[in-house]
Design a binder for this molecule. Structure first.
Ligand SMILES: Nc1nc2c(ncn2[C@@H]2O[C@H](COP(=O)(O)OP(=O)(O)OP(=O)(O)O)[C@@H](O)[C@H]2O)c(=O)[nH]1
Ligand SMILES: [Mg+2]
Length: 345
């Protein structure tokens, strides 16, 4: 016991010992790592207590009086819910997670019960009692074989499909898949072709011709460049008052675009050299951001593949009206063909 006390006393004094020249930088860093770890352990313990409480049976009688919030981010142990009076760290009532066959995703609307606990940063905690019906749901299958459903974001009204004209080179086939997912999930798609500052004029023009075809199918499109500030105001107008999920390949500039329309948001943006390493993603989980000028955006991690959920050979042509009408250009025919093949294998 006395040993323990002495140790605790010593750890409190770390910085002064370092400043007094007692400790070198390495020892200080190592010790701070340990105290960071014990902070984590403390936090985990607190969450476990919270989960235990969440196992108690739910009292449904007062659900209608509970506050409603929106899921801002889903972590492995807890969920961040944003409510009119601020952010809550929540766990899901065990009976609720057992009774629904789906898990929470960003954008879900929930009723939650605040409890008298705060985490070490003073954030209030709560138990999620109910998930409200979803208006839209962006979903993908875990692979081209469509074995398992992966809901990504709930209740978004729009999907900003982001691609880069180069670095990484645009893949129209991936865009076609994401267009289908948007439509199948009830979201209005917008195609945003970014990084046009890096392309030759001829490539910009040929890309515009492709975008014009999508416009003829009723899809809104735009070209953007963050360093040259091209299309940023237009994008801001498209996002105004809407809930929009951004999706696309890793490194195309999704997070950068969010940072460009609202610079005060501190969003992690990747160093382009990272993208030469396979599978390196800067954004690692979906997160919702409120826009000062009105509206909400949800940043998502990059995707390489977009497995389609709820699409079969029988309804595929519904998503390719140009193919069905015989007016599709060659690349759309090829895209349709590739998706059809993936649905049969
Ligand atoms: N030249 C140029 N570079 C850009 C543009 N937009 C983004 N970038 C760069 O592209 C790189 C990747 O940007 P991110 O915003 O991290 O890409 P992301 O789509 O969020 O990537 P993930 O989070 O991995 O899915 C960064 O180095 C950005 O500076 C642009 O319009 N032009
Ligand atoms: Mg990102």
């Amino acid at each position: 016991m006395s040993n323990h006390r002495r140790k605790a006393h010593r750890e409190k004094d770390l910085t002064s010992r370092f400043l007094a020249g007692d400790w070198d930088e390495d020892r200080l860093a190592q010790s701070q790592r340990f105290s960071q770890r014990s902070k984590h352990a403390q936090h985990n313990k607190m969450l476990q207590t919270l989960e235990l409480r969440a196992e108690e049976a739910a009292d449904q009688s007062d659900w209608s009086s509970l506050p409603i919030g929106q899921v801002q981010q889903v972590h492995s142990l807890y969920v961040e819910v944003i409510a009119p009076d601020g952010l809550y760290l929540c766990v899901v009532r065990k009976t609720l997670s057992k009774s629904t066959d789906y898990s929470l995703v960003v954008g879900d609307q929930v009723r939650f019960r605040p409890i008298e606990i705060r985490d070490e940063q003073g954030r209030p905690e709560a138990v999620i009692e109910q998930i409200l019906p979803r208006q839209t749901l962006l979903t993908r299958a875990d692979s081209f074989k469509q074995i398992e459903q992966h809901p990504i974001v709930a209740n978004a009204q729009q999907m900003l499909i982001v691609a880069a004209i180069v670095s990484p080179t645009v893949r129209w086939g991936l865009i076609d898949r994401m267009l289908i997912a948007a439509e199948a999930g009830g979201l209005k798609p917008i195609i945003c072709l970014n990084k046009i500052d890096l392309a030759q004029q001829a490539d910009r023009e040929s890309s515009q011709a492709v975008l014009d075809h999508y416009t003829s199918l009723g899809v809104r499109t735009l070209q953007t460049s963050v360093p040259e500030k091209i299309g940023i105001d237009e994008l801001r107008n498209m996002l105004l008052g809407q809930t929009t999920v951004l999706a696309g390949h890793s490194g195309v500039g999704k997070s950068t675009l969010i940072g460009a329309i609202q610079p005060q948001l501190e969003i992690r943006i990747g160093d382009i050299s990272h993208y030469t390493d396979k599978g390196r993603h800067t954004t690692t989980s979906a997160r919702r951001y409120a826009l000062d000028f009105g509206g909400t955006v949800i940043d998502t991690p990059g995707v390489k593949l977009f497995g389609l959920w709820g699409v079969t050979l029988d309804n595929l042509d519904d998503f390719f009206p140009d193919v069905a009408q015989g007016s599709a250009p060659q690349w759309r025919l090829e895209s349709h063909q590739r998706i059809a093949e993936s649905l049969t294998t």
